[in-house]
Design a protein around this ligand. Structure first.
Ligand code: MG
Length: 382
C-alpha cells in the first residue's frame, strides 16, 4: 500500500528522496519519514528536552513550556497545516520534534555562552548541533553513529547555516551555497516554530507575571482577539480568557498561513519537488499577518526576554556554562571517561577535545548543568 499516495506531487516522499547516508531496507509498514519520527522519539536527546529551558528554567515552575512541550506544539501546528496543503505530515512531524535537539541547557543564554567559549574552535550553533546529534552523537544502532535519518529530515533540521559551515557540510549544506529553498515541509516546520513560541511565550509570560494584560493592549494581534472573547463571553476573566484569546491567535495565524501558502503554490504551479527548490519560498504569511506577528515578536523581546528577572537567570546561566567549559577545557581529567579524547600537543587534538567538551555541555539538561557546576565548584558537594 502506498501510504503517501494522497500527497501533492511537490511534497517530499519516501521515493523522491536521496534517502539515507547508510542504505537500509525499506521500513515495511511505515513510510520512511514515519520511521524518522519514531527514531527521533526514541532518541536520548529527545528525552532530555523535558528538562531544557524554553524561556523559563525548568525549576521555575511546572506549568511553563519546556523544549519538549514546545516541540510537541510545533509538531501539532505543522501537521495541521501540512494536511491542509497535502504536504508530508510525517516529515513535518519529524523535523518539528527534532528541530531543538541540539539546544544547550538554559536556552539562548546557554548557546551564546557556549558559542563564545568555542570561538577559537569553530564556534557553537544550535542548528548545527541538532544535525550533529542526529548524524553523530546518538548511540542507538550497531551499523552507524547517529540516527541515519532521511536527507529531507536532516535538511529541515538545518534551518540556518553560515556560508563557511555550509561548505564543510557537503550535500546537506549545498542549498545555502546555491541559494535554493528546502522542501515545503521544512519551510512549514520553521514557521510553525514561530507560531508556537510567539503564542506560548505570551501565555507563559502572563502566567509568570513578567508581562501584563495592560501591556498587551498595544499588541493588535492579541488585543483584537481579546475583545472578541470579551464580546462572546461577557464577564469572562483569568486563565480562561487568556486561553480563549491565545487559541484564537494560533488559529488566525494557521489559517493565514494555509491561505497565503495555498495561493502562492497555486501561482507558482510547482510540478515536482525540484520546482519547490528552485522557486521563492512558497510557505509564508500574508504581508499584513507578517507585520502583526513581527509586532508581537518585538513586544516579547522588549518586555519578556529582556525582563530583569529573565536577565538574572540569563546571567547565571552564562556563568555556569562558561565555568564548566573552562574547567573541562583546562582539566580534561575532570571529564567522565566517555567524554575524553586522546590528548596530544597537536592543535587538532585540542580542537577535538574542545568539541567534545561542547558536546558534553550542550547535551546537559538545566538541572544536570546546575548539579555538575555545584559538584565542580562547591567544596562540600560531591
Ligand atoms: Mg523551536
Amino acid at each position: 500500500m502506498n501510504l503517501e499516495a494522497h500527497l501533492a506531487p511537490y511534497a517530499a516522499t519516501s521515493t523522491n528522496s536521496p534517502g539515507r547516508t547508510f542504505a537500509e531496507a525499506a521500513p515495511g509498514s511505515r513510510t520512511e519519514f514515519q520511521r524518522d519520527r519514531d527514531r527521533i522519539i526514541h532518541s536520548t536527546a529527545f528525552r532530555r528536552l523535558e528538562y531544557k529551558t524554553q524561556v523559563f528554567v525548568n525549576h521555575e515552575g511546572d506549568l511553563f513550556r519546556t523544549r519538549l512541550t514546545h516541540s510537541i506544539e510545533v509538531a501539532q501546528i505543522a501537521r495541521s497545516i501540512a494536511r491542509n496543503l497535502r504536504l508530508n505530515e510525517d516529515l513535518v512531524e519529524a523535523i518539528s520534534l527534532a528541530h531543538d535537539l541540539g539546544h544547550t541547557p538554559f536556552g539562548h543564554a546557554g548557546q551564546d555562552a557556549l558559542n563564545a567559549c568555542m570561538k577559537d574552535y569553530g564556534g557553537f550553533e544550535h542548528n548545527l548541533q541538532s544535525l550533529r546529534v542526529v548524524d553523530e552523537l546518538e548511540e542507538h544502532y550497531g551499523a552507524f553513529n547517529g540516527l541515519n535519518l532521511m536527507f529531507e529530515t536532516r535538511e529541515g533540521i538545518l534551518k540556518h547555516c553560515s556560508p563557511q559551515n555550509a561548505q564543510k557540510l557537503g550535500a546537506i549544506g549545498q542549498r545555502f551555497t546555491d541559494k535554493k529553498q528546502p522542501t515545503l515541509e521544512a519551510q512549514l516546520a520553521n514557521l510553525a516554530d514561530e507560531i508556537a513560541y510567539n503564542n506560548h511565550d505570551v501565555d507563559d509570560g502572563l502566567r509568570s507575571g513578567l508581562i501584563t494584560l495592560a501591556q498587551l493592549e498595544d499588541v493588535d494581534l492579541f488585543a483584537r482577539h481579546w475583545r472578541e472573547v470579551e464580546q462572546a463571553y461577557p464577564g469572562i476573566a483569568g486563565r480562561r480568557a487568556i486561553h480563549e484569546t491565545i487559541r484564537r491567535m494560533i488559529n488566525t495565524l494557521i489559517e493565514d498561513l494555509i491561505d497565503t501558502s495555498g495561493a502562492r503554490i497555486a501561482a507558482a504551479q510547482p510540478q515536482a519537488l525540484e520546482d519547490v527548490r528552485n522557486a521563492a519560498p512558497l510557505i509564508a504569511f500574508s504581508e499584513a499577518m507578517q507585520a502583526q506577528a513581527a509586532l508581537l515578536k518585538r513586544f516579547l523581546h522588549e518586555n519578556l526576554y529582556r525582563h530583569y528577572q529573565v536577565n538574572r537567570m540569563t546571567s547565571k546561566a552564562r556563568r555556569i556554562v562558561t565555568e564548566l567549559f573552562d574547567a573541562f577545557l583546562h582539566e580534561p581529567k575532570l571529564l567522565p571517561p566517555d567524554h575524553r579524547v586522546l590528548l596530544t600537543e597537536s592543535a587538532e587534538s585540542r580542537q577535538k577535545h574542545a568539541r567534545k567538551v561542547a558536546d558534553y555541555i550542550a547535551g546537559m539538561t538545566d538541572r544536570y548543568a546546575i548539579r555538575e557546576h555545584r559538584r565542580l565548584f562547591l567544596v562540600d558537594e560531591i
